[in-house]
Design a binder for this molecule. Structure first.
Ligand SMILES: Cc1ncc(COP(=O)(O)O)c(C=O)c1O
Length: 342
């Protein structure tokens, strides 16, 4: 990332984007078109809405947490008529319920779903949900920001039309890039879609990529990093990466129980990339996080929206080791002991 800047309209950049895009497709497990956007993951989500829908389109948003709600909010802001499946936080979307909704509401054009809900530490059964959406021939738009590259996502095999991810998660790259894949069916929807768009117009992105460029000035430093990170990912292989994440997540969950704490996700739905831990009401979650940061140099996230102050969240995706997990657990243990002894 400390490399000298290059001209994003020059030959060196063309070589870079032409090298990185096919590597990304290998991890997405897709032959679909794929674009790199300079934005955070939310920008990718917005691109996934505005490029394939028109205002007043009926959209089903299956939400299991704050990021699912955000997807629904974006679609609503752009005028879509959003029908929400709102599940109890900590649980998943039930494919049978999805099926019933699609049966009862044939006017629905697209389904928005979060693969891995980072706010609750829950992973949806995307493969089963995708099979239902395919059966009804609807467009499936997936937020895979905190899953792709760390837990299995089969874009082509599962028939995922639009898939979004973000550089700062399992990709091991700083924030600043979003990735979006677009199926043939999604291109057909794009041709009819009328929502307003400018920066995130994927027609423009496609024309630019044909010229081996991006539409606007890209985050070149993050692309340098992504190039290296993708080599690491492809060298290790996704099978090994997925089992590493599974193992680390299991180790953390076991440790959480040993601390006498509880994982927020309901049994069987736990994410292998992020764990939300319930914090008993007698403990100040904010203070716990602050001590972790100030005294142990460990940064964990707090709860979002209605989970604010009620959980802490530990990200364990990308370059995370078993030692890191043990370190976090030991640190939490000593803080809890010191709180109890006061
Ligand atoms: C599942 C999910 N979706 C979307 C986002 C939004 O991404 P960003 O914060 O990069 O805009 C995040 C970020 O944590 C996320 O975890």
């Amino acid at each position: 990332m400390s490399k000298q800047m290059i001209n994003h309209r020059g030959k060196q950049f063309s070589t870079l984007i032409d090298r990185v895009t096919p590597k990304l497709k290998r991890v997405f497990k897709t032959k679909n078109d794929l674009f790199i956007l300079t934005s955070s993951g939310t920008g990718g989500m917005e691109a996934a809405v505005v490029n394939f829908l028109s205002s007043e389109d009926k959209v089903l948003a299956a939400s299991i947490g704050a990021f699912g709600d955000r997807f629904a909010d974006i679609a609503e802001k752009y005028g879509a008529e959003v029908r929400r499946i709102q599940k109890l936080w900590g649980t998943v979307v039930n494919p049978k319920e999805l099926e019933l909704e699609l049966k009862l509401h044939p006017e629905i054009k697209a389904v928005l779903i979060t693969h891995n809900e980072t706010s609750t530490g829950v992973t949806n059964d995307l493969e089963s949900c995708a099979a239902v959406v395919r059966k009804f021939d609807k467009l499936l738009i997936v937020d895979a920001v905190s899953s792709l590259s760390a837990i299995p996502v089969e874009t082509d095999k599962w028939g995922l039309d639009v898939v979004v991810s973000g550089s700062q998660k399992g990709w091991m790259v700083p924030p600043g890039l979003a990735f979006i894949s677009v199926s043939k069916k999604a291109w057909v929807a794009h041709a009819e879609a009328k929502m307003p768009r400018f920066y995130f117009d994927i027609s423009k992105a496609r024309t630019s990529l044909e010229k081996h460029q991006t539409s606007f000035t890209p985050n070149i430093s993050a692309l340098f990093a992504l190039d290296v990170a993708l080599d690491m990912i492809l060298k290790e292989g996704t099978r090994s990466i997925f089992s590493r994440h599974k193992k680390i997540a299991k180790r953390l969950r076991k440790g959480v129980k040993q601390l006498g704490l509880e994982v927020f996700a309901k049994n069987g739905f736990e994410s292998d990339t992020v764990t939300a831990i319930k914090i008993p009401s007698e403990i100040d979650a904010r203070q716990l996080r602050q001590i972790l940061e100030d005294e142990y140099d460990i940064v964990v996230a707090g709860g979002q929206a209605k989970l604010s102050g009620k959980v802490i969240r530990i990200g364990h995706l990308g370059l995370v080791t078993e030692d890191d997990i043990d370190d976090v657990l030991m640190s939490i243990k000593s803080i809890l002991e010191s709180i109890k002894s006061v």
